[in-house]
Design a protein around this ligand. Structure first.
Ligand SMILES: [Zn+2]
Ligand SMILES: [Zn+2]
Length: 168
């Protein structure tokens, strides 16, 4: 039998690992840190997945969202005033902060990582964000509906085997 990779998650045909009752992720990683049930190796499902992907377990690195200062702002928070967003890096106010960050700083991805913002957080201020999401919705309405998912694909999605893994 081939040796399993350390980062392997449940494979097709394997029993799905159940969360161990009565244990919390935080018992291993530190109190008041994560209270979800343990899935494997002392970690809950989201933290186990982060570990499997080689990501740090605490995406905030010990910083507190909305509390810890980060550049000209606060960790994990986009300051918005008069339809403009404040740049953590230089303190300026911009309607299209993503464009500014891409031109002047190291780009939106690095900016989000450096200041604790979710990758799903828009870097556009209010009215622009609204207009863009309306345009995206209008485009989606014009597209044909996606083909129905097969039973197998749905089952795989539920079991999480579609998690992206590194090749090799
Ligand atoms: Zn956890
Ligand atoms: Zn800036």
């Amino acid at each position: 039998m081939a040796r399993r990779r350390e980062t392997a998650v449940t494979r097709p045909g394997e029993p799905v690992r159940m969360a161990a009752a009565g244990r919390v992720c935080g018992q291993v990683a530190g109190p008041e840190w994560c209270e979800r049930d343990v899935l494997a190796r002392g970690l809950c499902r989201p933290h186990y997945r982060r570990a499997a992907k080689g990501l740090p377990l605490d995406p905030d690195g010990g910083r507190l969202v909305g509390v810890t200062p980060s550049g000209h702002g606060v960790w994990g928070v986009l300051e918005e005033r008069e339809d403009r967003l404040r740049c953590h890096e230089c303190g300026g106010w911009y309607v299209a902060l993503g464009v500014h960050v891409g031109m002047v700083h190291d780009g939106a991805h690095a900016y989000r990582l450096a200041h604790g913002l979710l990758m799903s957080t828009s870097l556009n201020a209010g009215p622009l964000r609204e207009r863009l999401s309306q345009a995206a919705r209008a485009t989606a309405d014009r597209l044909p509906p996606p083909p129905p998912q097969s039973d197998l694909a749905r089952e795989r999605a539920e079991r999480g085997v579609r998690l992206r893994r590194r090749p090799g």
